[in-house]
Design a protein around this ligand. Structure first.
Ligand SMILES: Cc1cc2nc3c(=O)[nH]c(=O)nc-3n(C[C@H](O)[C@H](O)[C@H](O)COP(=O)(O)OP(=O)(O)OC[C@H]3O[C@@H](n4cnc5c(N)ncnc54)[C@H](O)[C@@H]3O)c2cc1C
Length: 264
């Protein structure tokens, strides 16, 4: 419906609440995207049911058949498994890329039911005036096959240019740990981790990132991780496929120059 083309949360909320009341599902799964994070809690509040936001694992309990909803908590220091035994639906949002994409199984067919949206019955309290594009994001972080991530080890905003050059040669997206975002070196849309984006690229190159649990929560399903860090004890090496112990200000330009040479 054209009325739903833009992110109108009041309309989405009312539409989904009506559908849930009509179809009475046992479980409702949604993406913990900016849209899901924004309107799914409103749906749960109206239905007076529980919601576990930002799950990283889901399972059905063998006996009770309840949905086991697992997510990091207390700043990533604990992993909690939560159940919603009484209220329905059991609602969760799931972090994008927290799960590897499954193989297509032609035998398992779902039924798609198309429903009409009655926009006359709802009024939106918000109005979108205009949308701004993030001009710093050349390759979308969530969709990138390769991500070059900079951490506090870069030292200052200007040094992001050095890893941006490496990203350009590899057609990679630029990621960041939280401190550079907090210090205003790079916009929030680049942040990887518990309070940023969850990514799962084929190759993740972490430059000057220590590997705090809150950062690992956002990138540990990457296929190959290369860590460049001068501290051999840095926790990032525990999840790295390949580790380079050394000064990133020497290693990154060498890598960029070598790749440029190979490409030309
Ligand atoms: C509730 C909560 C949520 C959080 N969410 C996030 C999140 O979403 N994402 C996130 O990233 N963090 C998050 N954090 C912060 C997290 O705890 C860490 O503080 C952060 O990840 C550290 O970032 P860093 O690795 O860039 O910096 P540091 O931990 O300071 O590490 C910098 C690294 O650079 C290395 N280094 C320095 N100079 C060089 C050099 N010249 N060459 C090579 N290596 C060098 C150092 O050895 C060090 O290992 C969160 C924290 C909390 C409490």
């Amino acid at each position: 419906d054209p009325a739903l083309a833009q992110q109108e949360e009041d309309l989405y909320t009312r539409g989904l609440v009506d559908l849930i009341r009509q179809h009475r599902p046992d479980i409702l799964l949604a993406g913990a995207t900016s849209l899901g994070r924004s309107f799914i809690p409103r749906v749960a509040a109206i239905l007076e049911t529980g919601l576990t936001a930002g799950c990283t694992a889901l399972e059905i309990a063998p006996e009770s058949k309840l949905l086991l909803q697992t997510r990091p908590t207390y700043g990533g220091n604990l992993i909690a498994t939560i159940i919603c035994p009484e209220k329905r639906p059991q609602m969760v949002t799931v972090r994008p890329h927290a799960f590897k994409r499954g193989e297509l199984d032609e035998l398992r067919q779902g039924e798609v039911i198309r429903v009409d949206f009655d926009k006359e019955s709802v009024t939106s309290r918000t109005k979108i005036l205009h949308l701004l594009e993030d001009l710093t994001e050349r390759v979308k972080l969530e969709e990138a096959d390769i991500i070059i991530c900079g951490g506090r080890g870069l030292g200052k905003a200007e040094n992001f240019q050095m890893i941006a050059e490496l990203a350009e040669v590899l057609h990679a997206a630029l990621g960041s740990s939280r401190p550079p975002v907090d210090d205003g070196w790079i916009p929030y849309s680049h942040q990887v981790g518990q309070t940023g984006k969850t990514v799962s690229p084929k190759l993740y190159i972490a430059c000057g990132v220590s590997g705090a649990p809150q950062h690992l929560a956002g990138m540990q399903t990457s296929e190959i991780v290369i860590a460049i860090n001068e501290d051999p004890q840095a926790p990032i090496f525990e999840v790295a496929t390949y580790g380079i112990v050394g000064d990133l200000f020497k290693i990154v330009p060498m890598l960029t120059a070598k790749l440029k040479q190979i490409r030309s």
